[in-house]
Design a protein around this ligand. Structure first.
Ligand SMILES: [Ca+2]
Ligand SMILES: [Ca+2]
Length: 369
């Protein structure tokens, strides 16, 4: 299954709504960031003790209740336990408020639906099963209790064929230090023998929920505080991404992964000393050979060697020359593998390295070209 290239859609039209029973002072969408900031600093002390999403949690629970009545009606069914567990998993992000400084993030369902259904499974057999459909949006509930809605996300789970499309909040971190934490979400889709996933970084800024601009163009795969400075860095496998025709549904591959170091000014660097230290762990030395792996039927090992050689300062031309030279001396089976992967490997050769380990990494040069 191809890896999704979809990114957050900045052109969607989020809506801001005032929740009447908020209990907190309400405001409309024209509230300025400055006003938000003032409000958050005024009430900041109590944020830790109260549920920041409280203004809309009752509303969310009320929406889920109707679907749960339908779920309970099938309590005696053979697959009732499985259905309850699927429901709990799908709705977990709708019941978890992620504190984000001046507000909170929560996934708000639109028209949650649970339905017992009868349909044909993968083998064409009629089976009793269930369908869950709970599309919604990630919302930022601000200090005034106003819910600011992001773009629509379709969440669903079907017991027939075990299909699931889900979202969950991974982490919150205030990258631009404006008092409102950015949200890192994961969106996954899984079915019979397939899995697809991506992560997005959302911010609440100028009164609306939108993709975090400084991460524009960065394909997130995971977050880690690599340099232990308290700021979450982004790991991305996109730069050296390679598809694989070999083997059964291999997981997404792109080696070496590249670190986007989170900087205090809210931006990310893929070329500073921290990003270099991360890449140095992946490519500790210039590879002595590029194509020598006999079992490399998908060319992944060669792809990583090529990327590492480029990161250690080899030019594209010299890497191509080495590859041709090594190819001639490979055993036949390995040559067949590499021939099959040749075009993909050539693409990796052309990828511009974000930095040169030869310049940035510490002294010892294991090998000269
Ligand atoms: Ca922020
Ligand atoms: Ca960090």
């Amino acid at each position: 299954m191809p890896r999704s290239r979809a990114t957050a859609n900045a052109s969607s039209k989020p809506r801001n709504r005032t929740i009447p029973d908020a209990g907190a002072t309400t405001a409309d969408s024209s509230t300025s960031p400055a006003a938000d900031e003032r409000a958050s600093s005024a009430t900041g002390a109590s944020h830790a003790e109260r549920d920041l999403c409280a203004p809309i949690t009752a509303q969310i629970e009320a929406k889920l209740r109707e679907a749960e009545t339908a779920l309970r009606r099938g309590a005696r069914r053979r697959n009732a336990a499985e259905a309850r567990s699927a429901w709990a998993e799908v709705t977990a992000p709708m019941r978890t408020c992620l504190p984000a400084g001046s507000g909170g993030w929560i996934f708000e369902p639109f028209d949650p639906r649970f339905e017992w259904v009868r349909g044909r499974d993968l083998f064409g057999q009629l089976v009793d099963s269930y369908d869950i459909d709970v599309s919604g949006a990630w919302v930022f509930v601000d200090a005034q209790g106003v819910a600011h809605e992001g773009e629509r996300v379709d969440v669903a789970w079907s017991g027939i064929g075990s299909f699931a499309r889900q979202t969950r909040g991974i982490s919150v971190f205030d990258y631009d230090s404006d008092g409102a934490g950015e949200l890192i979400v994961e969106l996954t889709s899984s079915g019979h023998e397939s899995w697809d996933g991506r992560m997005e970084l959302w911010t609440f800024s100028n009164g609306s929920v939108r993709p975090y601009a400084a991460a524009d163009g960065i394909d997130l795969d995971s977050v880690v505080d690599f340099d232990h400075d308290g700021r979450l860095d982004i790991v991305s496998i996109d730069r050296y991404w390679s598809t694989a025709p070999c083997g059964m549904d291999p997981p997404p591959r792109g080696r070496p992964p590249v670190l986007f170091h989170s900087l205090p000014d809210g931006r990310f660097s893929a070329s500073d000393s921290v990003a270099a230290a991360y890449l140095l762990e992946q490519c500790p030395a210039p590879p002595p050979a590029l194509l020598s792996r006999e079992t490399d039927c998908d060319g992944f090992a060669a792809a990583q060697n090529i990327a590492c050689a480029r990161l250690w300062g080899s030019s594209a031309a010299s890497v191509r020359e080495r590859m041709r030279h090594e190819l001639d001396s490979l055993p036949e089976r390995s040559r067949t593998y590499i021939d099959g992967a040749w075009d993909r490997l050539m693409r990796i050769v052309e990828v511009e390295p974000p930095l040169s380990l030869r310049e940035l990494a510490p002294p010892v040069m294991p090998r000269d070209e």
